[in-house]
Design a protein around this ligand. Structure first.
Ligand code: HEC
Length: 234
């Protein structure tokens, strides 16, 4: 469900940004994506006609009758290739596996320059990742926000680590790591902060089973939007 929502949202955004109203109409005509994990089955959006750009302009305004004439409609397959987020429950985790030892080698080569050999970071630019210290255990951040936040003493979901590294790191080349490499790096960082064993191997099932030490300190925000009382409105 979550992936489908994202896909459709991004389709809309991509249409607005790149192609104008005509291509968005085409995308809608193709119907909702069946699943982000089966992009090949979804029909691709054809080339944009760019006929309707001026239709979106304010009548009589400076954009009326003009067209960008650039870009092309975003194909569903291209959108699906970017629609790779993994939610907290890990349902979207891909196949693959990696060990702590493999992750150590990767970390030293591709991450340590910014985050430090021991994950100590180089604040304020490069965040600290690792290093649980006794003072910061017990989730006492409310009484002292300066206590070091690390993966092991703060993060509620191990799956977020996989998702974040896969999509955002290493900072200069996001998306360059294979899924096996991301599993390995996730394993290494979790092992360094004493969440999993030093000889662990992570795959989708093993990562989903990891319970973060302070997961129970977080509460899902289940508030629903409610209409403000009439008297409170300006
Ligand atoms: C060129 C410097 C650089 C390299 C190399 C780099 N990172 Fe980062 N990393 C950053 C920066 C900057 C941020 C903060 C980004 C932000 O907040 O938007 C960050 C954030 C992170 C975070 C989130 C930390 C938090 O608590 O929010 C993780 C996890 C992470 N990096 C892991 C890695 C891993 C794993 C690698 C190696 C594959 C890596 N990084 C390589 C610069 C780097």
């Amino acid at each position: 469900m979550r992936a489908r929502t994202n896909l459709n949202t991004r389709t809309t955004l991509a249409c607005l940004a790149l192609a104008g109203a005509a291509a968005c109409g085409d995308a809608a005509a193709n119907g909702p994506a069946t699943s982000a994990s089966t992009p090949a089955a979804a029909p691709a959006v054809g080339p944009a006609a760019f006929t309707d750009y001026d239709g979106a302009a304010v009548a009589g305004g400076p954009g009326a009758g003009k067209r960008f004439g650039i870009g092309s409609a975003a194909a569903r397959t291209a959108i699906a290739a970017m629609d790779r987020d993994v939610g907290p429950d890990g349902a979207e985790l891909p196949p693959g596996r990696g060990t702590v030892a493999e992750g150590r080698t990767l970390y030293t080569a591709q991450c340590a320059a910014c985050h430090g050999l021991n994950g100590e970071g180089n604040e304020p630019t490069y965040p600290r990742l690792l290093g649980r210290v006794a003072d910061a255990e017990g989730f006492k951040f409310a009484s002292d926000p300066k206590l070091p936040h690390t993966i092991g003493n703060y993060w509620p979901h191990a799956t977020t680590l996989f998702d974040y590294i896969r999509r955002a790191m290493p900072h200069p080349q996001p998306g360059s790591l294979s899924d096996d490499q991301v599993y390995a790096l996730t394993a290494y960082l979790l092992a360094q902060d004493d969440v999993i064993a030093d000889d662990a191997t992570l795959d989708a099932a093993a990562l989903r089973a990891v319970k973060m030490p302070y997961a129970d300190r977080f509460r899902p925000d289940d508030r629903k939007p409610t209409a403000a009382p009439a008297a409170a409105r300006p």
